[in-house]
Design a protein around this ligand. Structure first.
Ligand code: TRP
Length: 454
């Protein structure tokens, strides 16, 4: 009991779901999914992404919840408690490093939203032609002063909220914000799907062309599934550590998966029909949604107002995800010490900003600096999404199935939930075999080590 009272807890059931969903729903679904799907073959990518979400994402999410709630500890201590004197806590460390790197480039994109918001409010985004939007955005993101300032503002907002430990208030606000975001998305989807030529976009997204599927696109789909769900980096371990025993873990996990998938589909439906209707290319890369969205809003009555509202909610969604990334680092460093928390958040936040500077500049002055044909931004993204996160997920699945007794797992899962033995057995099978083996196969395939099978 003493442990419980020392450790902060979510004020209500809904608080946890909102925070976890807030971490999940963010740039991954709205910004990253469309552009990665656009460069990775559309429908086939989407299908593989969905399969990975259900088959690997769902069991893993439950797995992270079990570790977190069972130990009531941060990302490092949780592993130490369950497997003392071993190296398993490295799993938590990988998660912290991954979150650190993610936030360094996530804040760059967060900054772009802020810049767009300023422009939209000052009336500088209305009535341009399609190519003008493309050019304008190109100009904005190559300007080092503007983009770095905006990135800094994004980090500042994150630091202030997390440093004061006031996420819970923010999470409550998302109870209101998220439904509005959904509604605005619906409006966008309606407009986008009724444009002339929209059907081509739907075909692109929903009709899989398996000839487009390569080892790499499968890896991207895996990375995307983990990225949108914030999996493999112990964020969900940390968040569920604040959870009481009355909440059903499988139910919480499925509602988070469902909400997230819903946003992914909405984003796809809003973006792809418009791309094809306007004769744009789906493979523009990280700038894709920023070039497409204003053009769609331009075609809606009172579009500029709606666009402002949309950007505010988009920023909000990005911020709630950013909180979770810095939170797991702060929680591990500051434990439960409120004084340390403030200073730790500032130090870590500023450091992340500095590390993110090259990513920001890789759309401007450093655009030509490439390693393996990738910019610094792309390298940072690739390293976490497609290496560190799957690796972390692999370790977590092994940890859960090898290091925690089956009885303990079953007992923890049954707290607050009525689950059958069959459900448990299926979950256990998935996390013990299907998750790690799938990740290994995808890795080996990308490294070309499975070529002899072809
Ligand atoms: N899931 C978030 C998104 O889709 C991103 C995110 C939040 C994240 N926390 C994370 C990604 C931790 C990796 C690790 O935008």
């Amino acid at each position: 009991m003493s442990q419980l009272s020392q450790h902060e807890q979510w004020a209500s059931k809904i608080g946890f779901i909102l925070a976890a969903a807030g971490s999940a729903i963010g740039l991954g679904a709205i910004w990253k999914f469309p552009y990665v799907a656009g460069t990775s073959g559309g429908g086939a990518f989407f299908l593989v992404f969905l399969i990975f979400t259900l088959l690997l994402g769902y069991p893993l999410l439950i797995g992270e919840f079990v570790i977190g709630r069972h130990t009531q500890s941060d990302a490092i201590s949780a592993y130490q408690k369950l497997a003392p004197q071993t190296l398993w806590h490295v799993t938590g460390l990988i998660g912290m490093i991954a979150c650190f790197i993610i936030l360094s480039f996530y804040s760059v994109v967060g900054g772009w939203i802020i810049l767009y918001l300023f422009r939209a409010i000052s009336g500088g985004l209305g009535g341009l032609s399609q190519t003008q939007y493309g050019e304008l955005f190109g100009e904005i993101i190559s300007d080092p002063f503007q983009t770095l300032s905006a990135q800094f503002i994004f980090m500042l907002l994150t630091i202030i909220v997390v440093g004061r430990g006031i996420q819970q208030g923010i999470e409550k606000a998302s109870k209101l914000m998220m439904p509005i975001l959904f509604l605005l998305f619906l409006l966008l989807v309606l407009r986008s799907m009724t444009l002339d030529g929209a059907i081509e976009g739907l075909k692109f997204l929903f009709i899989p062309d398996f000839s487009k599927l390569t080892s790499e696109t499968v890896l991207y789909a895996l990375g995307q599934a983990f990225f949108t769900l914030s999996l493999g980096v112990s964020v969900m371990v940390t968040y569920s550590s604040y959870l009481n025993k009355e909440q059903s873990l499988p139910k919480s996990a499925i509602s988070i998966i469902a909400m997230n998938a819903f946003v992914v589909v909405l984003a796809g439906l809003a973006i792809f029909p418009a791309i094809f209707a306007f004769g744009m290319e789906p493979n523009a890369g990280p700038t894709l949604v920023f070039a497409v969205l204003p053009v769609v809003f331009n075609q809606i009555p009172f579009g500029s107002l709606f666009f402002i509202a949309f950007l505010i909610l988009f920023l909000f969604a990005a911020l709630t995800s950013a909180f979770s990334m810095i939170e797991i680092i702060v929680a591990s460093v500051a434990k439960n010490d409120a004084k340390k928390r403030q200073s730790a958040t500032w130090l870590i936040g500023i450091f992340i900003f500095i590390v993110g500077i090259p990513s920001c500049l890789s759309f401007g002055v450093l655009a030509d600096f490439k390693v393996f044909n990738r910019t610094i931004f792309d390298i940072a993204d690739f390293t976490v999404s497609n290496v560190l996160m799957p690796l972390g997920a692999l370790l977590i699945s092994l940890f859960v199935s090898l290091k925690i007794a089956k009885d303990t797992l079953f007992a923890e899962l049954r707290q607050g939930a009525t689950i059958s033995k069959l459900f448990f057995d299926i979950w256990f099978f998935l996390i013990r075999y299907v998750v790690p083996i799938s990740i290994l196969i995808v890795f080996l395939d990308v490294l070309g080590l499975l070529d002899f099978l072809k």
